[in-house]
Ligand binder design. Structure first.
Ligand code: GLU
Length: 472
């Protein structure tokens, strides 16, 4: 076991803390999932916290979308904006709390007001960079008393960074240490009186009694600042697990600009929540193979099994899990999820049709397309199918097929074979030239489920009706 992982049962509290500045994507959901699984694995609690202090980039619409996506995935939190005793759970509603704690630090001499102007700070940075030094604040206002402050400048509050080596244990990366001298006194409350990310996160994690922080390793560089703040505020630090980033196929870190990896877009394409969760779970973790439910994942989840290398989101793997999910799902649920109108449709029949078409579907959208010839009011015919059906050989095949079906009482597999054999003999066609015209006439498409099932679903009368439309 790597350092700092173990827990007392029931005491574990994790959090998922999205900033509502974009849609949830595969990478952020992986963070949510691991926090969810770790809490479940230890009988603990998951907190959902909305980090919306960046007023310009945050929006209520993104918060709503994130909540809907988490609910759709079945990643239910125990405390969050809708319930819980450690709230409010939106940072924008906690600004007074942050200011109170910042004032407390100022009073204790651990933080101070700084009146440096933007121009001075920019000049300082330019100078440092020109000398090859790491840019950092030079702590000038540490020694300025309020009465000497320049007029008309709204101050920020800076944390007095103690000079020393900061050490913390990371469940994925092992023990880490940083020299605080490269940090420089950093802003904890801005001139607009809004807390900085690092300060708000620490105050919240402490007051919400978060015991384990599982997040992307792009936050490692923030952790020394946060560890120092925990100490200054007198709170016990949490355990950390920084998980390597998820990369997109082009090997760049997956982020809000990769729209196709957003949960919204995957949902729109007809992926099922269980397929998304199973794919996401394998990004940096290797649970047992096969489609697992959340309980199965939780029972084997452990931070010390997480990978230290970045993982790549592979849409093919998602498609494989989606096929498995569609195969295993209750047809009535699939009908509901794909929004196919049940009105007027005979439920039993629809269920049977779904049972037949789902084998050929990688997504719910595929399934809808495959169902189209059997459920819609009238049949849509693709251009490609129309072109085939215009050919004289195709009309001859369709005519022969219609005659064959008319000679049957009902359609089963043996009857279907007889019809095909009859058409072959009557027209001399075989292979694609034999099957394609029949498929196109019956479904309006060049692709779809096995032809024998098309006949079965349509039944004798509807098959004759459709074939008749294309025989002349
Ligand atoms: N709100 C941060 C983000 O969306 C997460 C902060 C954290 O996990 O500490 O990246």
């Amino acid at each position: 076991m790597r350092a700092g992982i173990d827990t007392r049962r029931g005491a574990v509290r994790t959090r998922f803390a999205p900033s509502p500045t974009g849609l949830l994507h595969v990478g952020s959901v992986r963070t949510a999932l691991f926090n969810y699984l770790f809490a479940r694995a230890h009988g603990g609690k998951l907190v959902l916290r909305i980090e919306d202090t960046d007023v310009e980039r945050s929006s209520a619409a993104f918060e709503k979308a994130a909540i809907e996506d988490l609910e759709w995935l079945g990643l239910r939190w125990d405390e969050g904006p809708d319930n819980g005793d450690s709230g409010p759970y939106r940072q924008s509603e906690r600004l007074d709390i942050y200011r109170r704690y910042a004032d407390g630090l100022v009073q204790r001499g651990l933080a101070y007001r700084c009146w440096c102007t933007k121009e001075r700070l920019e000049g300082l940075k330019r100078y440092q960079v020109s000398k090859g030094l790491p840019p950092r604040y030079d702590n000038r206002c540490r020694h300025i008393e309020a009465q000497d402050a320049p007029e008309g400048v709204a101050p920020v509050i800076r944390f007095k960074v103690p000079e020393r080596v900061v050490r913390f244990a990371d469940a994925v990366h092992g023990p880490l240490s940083f020299d605080s001298r490269v940090i420089g006194d950093f802003v904890i409350i801005g001139s607009d009186t809004i807390a900085s990310y690092n300060f708000a996160v620490v105050v919240d994690d402490a007051l919400m009694s978060i015991t384990h922080i599982i997040r992307g390793d792009d936050h490692i560089s923030n952790t020394p600042r946060q560890a120092l703040l925990f100490e200054a505020l007198g709170f016990a630090p949490p355990f950390y697990a920084h998980i390597p980033l998820v990369l997109s196929a082009d090997r760049t870190p997956l982020g809000k600009r990769h729209e196709s990896a957003s949960i919204r877009s995957l949902r729109g394409e007809g992926f099922l929540p269980e397929a998304v969760l199973n794919t996401v779970a394998r990004l940096g973790w290797q649970p047992a193979p096969g489609l697992l439910c959340l309980d199965e994942m939780a029972s084997s989840f452990s931070l010390d099994k997480l990978s230290r290398s970045p993982s790549v989101f592979d849409i093919e793997s998602l498609r494989r899990f989606n096929r498995l999910s569609i195969e295993g799902a209750d047809p009535v649920r699939l009908i509901g999820l794909s929004g196919i109108g049940m009105e007027g449709a005979d439920k039993e029949r629809l269920r049977e049709i779904v049972g037949l078409v789902r084998r050929n579907a990688a997504t719910l959208n595929d399934m809808k397309r495959l169902l189209n010839p059997f459920t819609g009011e009238g049949m849509a015919v693709t251009e490609e199918a129309r072109a085939i059906l215009r050919e004289p050989y195709a009309k001859a095949v369709v005519r022969a097929a219609r005659a064959g079906v008319e000679g049957l009482d009902s359609i089963d597999e043996a009857a279907y074979d007889r019809v095909i054999k009859g058409v072959k003999e009557a027209t001399g066609e075989k292979g694609r030239r034999l099957f394609m015209p029949i498929r196109c006439a019956l479904t309006g498409d060049t692709e779809g489920i096995e032809l024998v099932n098309v006949f079965r679903i349509l039944g004798r009368e509807r098959a004759i009706e459709r074939l008749k439309c294309f025989e002349e």
